[in-house]
Structure formats: structure tokens, C-alpha cells
Design a protein around this ligand. Structure first.
Ligand code: AMP
Length: 405
């Protein structure tokens, strides 16, 4: 099989995930994480051909030092690997309403990503640093940006608007944008193959359940509604994020309990969700273990997680009408048979029945149907966002290549 290699970069404010991906089959040749940027113990770990390695970066290293290390000490060790790169693909969290699909990077694109900084103040500046570092390291290679928000741009206004004064949308861009779009797009493409249906006729509900979690209604292959909002704080119960909330709670805590807005945002983003409810952990494996030991707060966290997800899924029957499949993905969706079983039990009004054996064995990267033959379809598909980024990057580079007469 031929290979089309893409270096995929996912830059956070204090970390950088990277992978060398073959866009033809999704294989990861190298993957790794540089973290603790701007701190004395900045470091990097990576896996090449299944072999793990790690080292400290120079103190206070950040994006450009990390990219330089990746190029000089990890990629160059693989001989001529870099000469096979077709493009660099960047994951971008927020494209606002400016980007409905992936694009090749130019100065105008970078300016537009910067204009979306107020919508993703931690992520978008880091993405621009990552693009600049990659341009410096690979000046000859095309760079492509792939947006988490792009897949959700097909939502109709009735789904993306908040019931606020219209001017807040028109003048200030306050609306639902949705996140995890790259994952929901991958699930749509893979579900179409698994169910042998054209994407344009596919109606599914995609539940991406990881440390961050979102659920999306996809009609005729396009997003029509999603649980995350203007930011990734809205919707489902997550590892440390609260999801949906009565906005007056914020005013109450400030006016009557003396909290500052910074304290409240820390609580909502870092101390809520599974961690806040259980008081134990944001990690679903720990929550499950404690639930099985009859810890009541772990059980409450599990019940709230599954109840809210089932309510969202049920509500998406409204825009979809017909549901071809519910698809579970992400670390929890791919591995927790318990969550899948509980959610499908809560949806028994729609006649869902779990095949217990299939549900329990479809874990650890396996995909497959977990419902009984007399049930509507529920299935598991492991997500692969890096592959979507690599495929989009190759497609854009090939489209832009001059065609010889
Ligand atoms: P992600 O953000 O997609 O990497 O997913 C991270 C979440 O998946 C964490 O809450 C993990 O505890 C959870 N997870 C990973 N493996 C398992 C497992 N075997 N059972 C339950 N949850 C898991």
C-alpha cells in the first residue's frame, strides 16, 4: 500500500500532541506529547514503532522548542522520513463562523484564526504559535488547518441560536458552535461504511465520550444539533466540566456567596463534572471501580452522566425523525460497556436492547454493533481524529497541485 505521510500537530496552551500519520490507512508511525510548557520541567514523550521514549526539554520550552526537538531528535532519527511528508495538519479548536471546512494556511487564514481568539482564548493563540513553529521548521511544506467547529456549521439557526437578544448573535457572535467536530465527522464516515449507506442518507447520533464529552445529531450526513455550545463547557457531564447549568447560579454565587468570576470559572471547568460530583476522580475507570464498591457518590456521578446523555439522545429524535444508529466513541464510549448498557436501558422507550456479550467484548479499539437483532442499532466505532486531519491535509494539497496538460 502506498503511503501519504502527514505530520499532525495539536497545540494546547501548555502542551503539544503530535503524530506522523499515513493518510492512506490511518496508521500512526510516531506519536507523542510535549508538555509543561513555560515551566522548569518541560518534557516530551513519544512512541516510535511501538517503542516508548521520553526526555526533558530545556527549561521554559514552549511550542517552537518542542517542534524543533521533534524535527531534530525524533523525526530525523527515522532517516528520510521527513522527505516523505506531504503536509503538516493542524487541529484548530475554534473557527467561529469563518471556517466551514479545512483550508490551506496563508496569512489571511492565520489572521482569521486570530480573530476567533476571543472564542477560544487558551487554544487559538497556541494554534497560531504551532503553525508559525511548523512553518519555520518546514518552510517548503503546505500547512493545513482542520477545525473542531467546522462540522457543526451546518446546524440550522433554530439549533445554534441562544434565546438571547438577536444583537448578541449578530454583533458579538454569541451562539452555539459545537466542538469535537473532527471526531463526529470521522464517526459519520465510518458509520456510513459499516451500515452500507451513502453518507447523504445517513441519520445517526454520535456520542463522543472522553474527558470532554459531546453528542451530535447527524441528519443526511450533516450536523443538525450538538450538545457543546459557544465553548466546550456546555452539554453533557464531563470529567471536570459541569455541562448544562442554570446561568443564574453564577450570579447567585457572586452576589450572595462572595465568589469571583475567576473562581467560578475554575469550578465550572476544573472542579465539576465526575470529579466534583464524586469527590474522587475525573477518571471514569476510578468512578467505575468505586461504583462497584458501592461508593454512593461514584454511583451518583455515573447515574448523572448516563441520565443526561440519554436525555440528550432522546431529544435528538426530534430533528432526526429516523435514527439509523447510536454510535459510542471516545475513551469512555469505546471502553465502558457499563455506560453503554445504562444509556441504552434508559432509551428502552425507543426499543433499544443491548446484546450483553457483544457489548462487553466490544472494547479496546474494537468496533461493532452492540444491540440485539430486534433492537434499533447501537454500535461502537473507535474515533481517529488524527486520520481525519491527515486525510483533509492530503486532499487539500492534491486539489491545489497544478495539473499538467
Ligand atoms: P479520552 O479523553 O477520549 O482519552 O477519554 C478519557 C476517558 O476515558 C477517561 O475518563 C478514562 O477513564 C476513560 N476510559 C479509558 N479507558 C476506560 C475503560 N477501560 N473503562 C472506562 N473508562 C475508560
Amino acid at each position: 500500500m502506498s503511503s501519504k505521510l502527514v505530520l499532525v500537530l495539536n497545540c494546547g496552551s501548555s502542551s503539544l500532541k503530535f503524530a506522523v500519520v499515513n493518510a492512506v490507512n490511518g496508521e500512526n508511525l510516531i506519536s507523542g506529547l510535549a508538555e509543561c510548557f513555560n515551566l522548569a520541567d518541560a518534557r516530551i514523550k513519544w512512541t516510535t514503532h511501538g517503542k516508548k521514549d521520553s526526555t526533558n526539554l530545556p527549561p521554559m520550552s514552549a511550542h517552537s522548542e518542542a517542534v524543533a526537538y521533534i524535527v531534530e531528535h525524533i523525526i530525523k532519527k527515522e532517516g528520510s522520513l521527513a522527505s516523505q511528508f506531504v503536509a503538516i495538519g493542524h487541529r484548530i479548536v475554534h473557527g467561529g463562523e469563518k471556517f466551514t471546512h479545512s483550508v490551506l494556511v496563508d496569512e489571511n487564514v492565520i489572521n482569521n484564526i486570530e480573530e476567533c481568539i476571543s472564542l477560544a482564548p487558551l487554544h487559538n493563540p497556541a494554534h497560531v504559535l504551532g503553525i508559525r513553529a511548523a512553518q519555520a521548521a518546514f518552510p517548503e511544506l503546505p500547512q493545513v488547518v482542520v477545525f473542531d467547529t467546522a462540522f457543526h456549521q451546518s446546524m440550522p439557526a433554530k439549533a445554534f441560536m441562544y434565546a438571547l437578544p438577536y444583537a448578541l448573535y449578530k454583533d458579538k457572535g454569541i451562539r452555539r458552535y459545537g466542538m469535537h467536530g473532527t471526531s463526529h465527522l470521522f464517526i459519520t464516515q465510518e458509520a456510513a461504511i459499516a451500515l452500507d449507506k451513502p453518507i447523504s442518507e445517513l441519520n445517526i447520533i454520535s456520542a463522543h465520550l472522553g474527558n470532554g464529552a459531546s453528542v451530535t445529531a447527524i441528519k443526511n450526513g450533516q450536523c443538525v444539533d450538538t450538545s457543546m455550545g459557544m465553548t466546550p463547557l456546555a452539554g453533557l457531564v464531563m470529567g471536570t466540566r459541569c455541562g448544562d447549568l442554570d446561568p443564574s447560579i453564577i450570579e447567585h454565587l457572586i452576589a450572595h456567596e462572595g465568589y469571583t468570576i475567576e473562581q467560578i470559572m475554575d469550578i465550572l471547568q476544573k472542579e465539576s463534572g465526575l470529579l466534583g460530583i464524586s469527590g474522587i476522580s475525573s477518571d471514569f475507570r476510578t468512578i467505575t471501580e468505586e461504583h462497584l464498591k458501592n461508593n454512593p457518590r461514584a454511583t451518583l456521578a455515573l447515574d448523572m452522566f448516563t441520565y443526561r446523555l440519554a436525555k440528550y439522545i432522546a431529544s435528538y429524535a426530534v430533528p432526526l425523525g429516523r435514527i439509523d444508529a447510536i454510535v459510542f466513541t471516545g475513551g469512555i464510549g469505546e471502553n465502558s460497556a457499563l455506560v453503554r448498557q445504562k444509556v441504552l436501558e434508559l432509551l428502552s422507550i425507543f426499543s433499544y436492547h443491548v446484546d450483553v456479550q457483544k457489548n462487553e467484548t466490544t472494547i479496546l479499539g474494537k468496533s461493532g454493533i452492540i444491540s440485539t437483532p430486534d433492537s434499533p442499532i447501537a454500535m461502537v466505532i473507535p474515533t481517529n481524529e488524527e486520520w481525519v486531519i491527515a486525510k483533509d491535509a492530503v486532499a487539500l494539497v492534491e486539489q491545489s497541485a497544478p495539473v499538467c496538460a
